[in-house]
Write a protein that binds this ligand. Structure first.
Ligand code: SAH
Ligand code: SF4
Ligand code: F3S
Length: 452
């Protein structure tokens, strides 16, 4: 008997790529490919790539170099390997991927991967590299097979794609195209299906998730807050999160949902990027530092315990020490539960890459370090303030030690506690006894909350 064909999928970049990788794996499952985590065994290798910063994009080419050797070794053993480059590098670079890596068989953009099965068949029979980076008219999601996810407690659900904001540093509007929202009924059906497979927490995804405006069952566009209310009615779904939000689209109904909808978790990823208004203007962010602070105040008025997270860029062209001090000051004022900070990376085709006054790398490194020190202190303080509290933890996986499970607090902190595996998928009340920068430890109180 011949072994079944295998596919290896490697994911770079954001959660939307994680979601897309799952859908590609499911799709290829329909075409007879079983997933493998061993490159040497793979008949098809899919690299689902990210173009957001230079480092992420270049990583793909170093990986490809290694995969090329494996392809050659398999070929000498008489086994064919098809290599597909998917995701945002595929979209941004198209033919260029084949020029730099001619052993690649397929380049497929984020809007075309529903055709992956047919494209691979073509690449195999035509024996030449194929590029599909169109923005097809057909609805990708409608063309994908119904979901058959692996059993898991938490899942991502892409509700919105693309971006019309054109921040001057960012490739997303080019790699993912313009904003598109999936219809409410499709999302509800997918959420129900996920819960049938054991999912208890769904994170709604979009590059600009709070700009969601999908078609509602009444024929009108619905906001993210209305979508959340609809999904909250799915009985087995116990927690809802969403990411990433733009400050401009943080509408009143969404803020109120954090007060009124118990299934919506008190955690919000709200990137501000920079603290100086002149840098924000050059970034085309369409908000000032004062706007951001006022928004945070409104959010905290609705939900006082809201944990905030953010993205920040240091060393945007023209950023002075004084501008950077404004970033540190904004961080100090908001007090984040966690955050991501990046060095500005000039991306081909974006307006900011062409600006004069690029900041020297050593300055960026030094600013990044100072910023990360402050963010680290805030995160550690946020976590240690939880000691002595009892938090509801949704247990999602086995922990590192036997007899231990790991789950998430409402504030997205990882919490480790001794508990048997019957608690997986259940919410337990956990007394927090220890904390570090990245996680908490606690003691599960007797089953006060029945298992979900
Ligand atoms: N849609 C989200 C996230 C986009 S990408 C948003 O609007 O915030 C994730 C993060 O990568 C961004 O928030 C930004 O902080 C960072 N980023 C994007 N382009 C970058 C670049 N050219 N250099 C450095 N960081 C970048
Ligand atoms: Fe990029 Fe700005 Fe759009 Fe976010 S809002 S995806 S940073 S262009
Ligand atoms: Fe990267 Fe594309 Fe996501 S560029 S961050 S994978 S949208």
């Amino acid at each position: 008997m011949t072994a079944p064909a295998k596919v290896y999928v490697r994911t770079f970049g954001c959660q939307m790529n994680v979601y897309d990788s799952e859908r590609m794996t499911e799709l290829l499952g329909r075409h007879g490919f079983a997933p493998t985590s061993t490159l040497e065994d793979a008949d098809v290798v899919v690299l689902n790539t990210c173009h957001i910063r230079e480092k992420a994009a270049e990583k793909v080419y170093s990986d490809l170099g290694r995969i090329r050797q494996i392809k050659a070794a398999r070929a000498s053993a008489g086994r064919q390997t098809l290599i597909a480059v998917a995701g945002c590098v595929a979209q941004a670079e198209g033919d260029e991927v084949l020029r730099r890596a001619p052993f690649v068989d397929l380049v497929v953009g984020p809007q075309s991967y529903h055709r992956l099965g047919d494209l691979l068949a073509r690449a195999k029979s035509e024996r030449r590299g194929i590029v599909d980076t169109g923005f097809p008219n057909e609805d990708k999601f409608a063309s994908l097979p119904q979901r058959t996810p692996p059993r898991a407690v938490t899942a991502f659900l892409s509700v919105q794609e693309g971006c019309d904001k054109f921040c001057s540093f960012c490739v997303v509007p080019y790699t993912r195209g313009s904003e598109f929202s999936r219809p409410v009924s499709d999302l509800e059906a997918e959420a129900r299906r996920l819960t049938e497979h054991g999912v208890r927490e769904i994170t709604l995804l979009g590059q600009n998730v709070n700009a969601y405006h999908g078609l509602g069952p009444d024929g009108h566009p619905w906001s993210l807050a209305r979508l959340i209310a609809r999904l909250a009615a799915v009985p087995d779904l116990t927690r809802i999160r969403y990411t990433t939000s733009h400050p401009r689209d943080m509408t009143e109904d969404l803020i109120s949902a954090h007060r009124d909808e118990p299934k919506l978790m008190p955690y919000l990823h709200l990137p501000f990027q920079a603290g100086a208004d002149r840098i924000l203007a050059a970034m085309n962010r369409k908000h000032t530092a004062a706007d951001y602070l006022a928004l945070v105040a409104r959010i905290r008025a609705a939900r006082p315990d809201m944990a905030l997270s953010t993205d920040i860029i240091v060393g945007f062209p023209g950023e002075t020490e004084c501008d950077f001090a404004a970033t540190l000051a904004l961080v100090a004022q908001v007090d984040f539960a966690q955050a991501y900070a990046f060095k500005f990376s000039p991306r081909p085709g974006t307006p900011a890459a062409a600006l004069r006054d690029q900041v020297e790398d050593r300055v960026k490194i030094e600013r990044l370090q100072r910023l990360q020190d402050l963010l680290g202190q805030q995160q550690t303080a946020f976590n240690s303030a939880c000691i002595g509290r009892t938090l509801p933890v949704l247990f999602a996986a086995e922990g590192r030690h036997p007899g231990q499970l790991v789950g998430r607090s409402p504030y997205l902190q990882a919490v480790h506690a001794a508990a048997d595996s019957s608690w997986l998928g259940g919410i337990g009340e956990v007394a927090i006894v220890g904390s570090g920068r990245n996680s908490l430890t606690g003691v599960l109180k007797s089953a006060q909350t029945p298992k979900a």
